[in-house]
Design a protein around this ligand. Structure first.
Ligand SMILES: Cc1cc2nc3c(=O)[nH]c(=O)nc-3n(C[C@H](O)[C@H](O)[C@H](O)COP(=O)(O)OP(=O)(O)OC[C@H]3O[C@@H](n4cnc5c(N)ncnc54)[C@H](O)[C@@H]3O)c2cc1C
Length: 423
């Protein structure tokens, strides 16, 4: 049984030790923030090849996505977005996902949706400023492209409906305007399919090179004195009110603080401690072309096709799909075929064979992240469950966790992100 909750003792950060489990973008941002805050941090992750979702995503700093996807509007749109009818949404092995779906349905109730939106709005309002601070501090301001993003439609009716929906939505600190003739003409000149309309967002951004970001975060962490170990944590164990880690080789690892940032695999780690974190793997797919003739535009969302196209330093990436499936369920090859069809039908100028990738968004039923310190264990903290917004929220998550772990009042209200909501 989990020990009874009481307010966990806050410790000072002077040279106390931290194990950060998971070195995706959230783990790296947290590890760096804690190390710079005076903790002695060890970052544990076996992913040498950079295959995590943190490095396979669409690179979009999506500060406009203030409305949690646990909503009646998302539910209503589900049938027309279903994969069997050509849409991006797929629920594989539905019976296994049933408990999560039931929690999701409860989170869609308007009062809970409104509370979630308020919480997410607060976090997203500081997400881009936090990225500016982080990018500056790792000497990589050039990796953050603040050029907004575009959304476009291929039919006039789709454009009317889509634009009206965005204009009626809460888009936080961002703004939107019509794409305008000049920008539309530029876009059209690189496509075969006609574009009927579009909008441009301001106040969103892009990470220009995800492998470079991983490298720069790692280098800054090492320079600050942090230690990276290529190691998988097999399990977390408890002794009274304290937690320790067991590595794959059976070694016991103790620390003053254990911070779980293992993306979608955080659920199983927390489960072993009796802490409920109902994560689902919400998987997405991409195709990445090293060679292409796509111009230096901001990320473009082809909303009729639920596909985002991002030009990175290392190539052009088309990403999409929302597939609820087991973490280790084999990929569905039809999704890559569908992405390729979209790219061909649109006439996007790519050359050669693309590299296929799929990965999981770590998603909790209310589509809010889990950020906080355990009430039940004195040395347990967590930062995971960032769903579609892990890249967007990584920098602010690092700042918030550093504040929480030092017992400082944070700049952003964090109560809504406490895992206690699932207890
Ligand atoms: C197709 C697609 C497109 C996306 N586009 C965007 C986007 O444009 N913008 C955006 O903000 N978000 C986007 N996302 C979501 C984003 O990628 C995720 O929210 C983000 O990757 C979550 O980061 P993370 O660090 O929590 O988890 P991950 O990236 O999954 O990293 C977790 C890390 O933990 C490690 N780990 C796991 N278990 C253990 C263990 N037991 N011991 C040690 N280490 C462990 C893994 O090796 C991994 O490196 C997209 C996702 C997908 C799939």
């Amino acid at each position: 049984m989990t020990p009874p909750p009481r307010r966990a003792a806050r410790m000072t950060s002077s040279s106390a030790s931290v194990l950060v489990v998971g070195g995706g973008v959230v783990g790296r941002a947290c590890a760096l923030a804690l190390q710079r805050d005076g903790w002695q941090v060890a970052l544990l992750d076996p992913d040498a090849g950079g295959v995590a979702s943190s490095w396979g995503n669409a690179g979009h700093i999506a500060t406009e996505q203030v409305q949690p996807l646990a909503s009646l509007a998302t539910l209503r749109s589900a049938p027309r977005r279903w994969h069997a009818f050509g849409g991006p949404l797929d629920l594989r092995e539905p019976l296994h996902r049933l408990p999560w779906v039931m929690r999701y349905l409860r989170a869609c109730v308007p009062s809970r949706f409104d509370a979630g939106r308020t919480a997410l709005r607060g976090l997203l309002a500081d997400a881009l400023p936090a990225w500016r601070r982080l990018a500056q501090s790792i000497n990589a301001p050039e990796l953050l492209h603040e050029q907004g993003h575009w959304v476009c439609w291929e039919s006039a009716s789709g454009a009317r409906r889509g634009e009206a929906a965005w204009r009626g939505a809460d888009i936080g600190t961002t703004t939107l305007s019509a794409l305008g003739d000049a920008r539309r003409a530029t876009l059209q000149s690189h496509l075969a399919a006609p574009i009927a309309g579009g909008i441009a967002f301001d106040g969103t951004a892009q990470i220009a090179d995800l492998p470079a970001l991983a490298q720069r975060l790692g280098a800054a962490f090492a320079q600050a004195g942090g230690i990276q170990r290529s190691l998988r944590v097999q399990s977390l164990r408890r002794e009274g009110r304290r937690v320790h880690a067991i590595a794959d080789d059976g070694t016991r690892l103790d620390a003053d603080l254990v911070l779980v940032c293992a993306g979608v695999r955080s659920g199983a780690l927390m489960d072993a401690l009796g802490v409920r974190a109902p994560l689902v793997a919400e998987r997405g797919y991409h195709l990445h072309w090293a060679a292409h003739d796509w111009p230096a535009l901001p990320p473009v969302v082809f909303e009729d096709r639920s596909m985002i196209l991002t030009r990175f330093a290392g190539g052009l990436r088309a990403a999409g799909f929302v597939e609820y499936a087991g973490i280790d369920t084999p990929p569905d090859l039809r999704k890559w075929a569908r992405l390729r069809e979209h790219v061909e039908q649109l006439g996007i100028p790519v050359r050669g064979e693309p590299v296929p990738w799929f990965g999981a968004r770590p998603t909790l039923p209310d589509y809010l992240p889990a950020l906080g310190r355990s009430e039940c264990f004195d040395n347990l903290a967590y930062a995971f469950g960032h769903q579609h917004l892990g890249l967007t929220l990584a920098a602010i998550s690092g700042e918030l966790l550093a504040d929480l772990c030092a017992g400082r009042p944070g700049a952003v209200a964090s109560a809504a992100f406490d895992l206690g909501r699932f207890a």
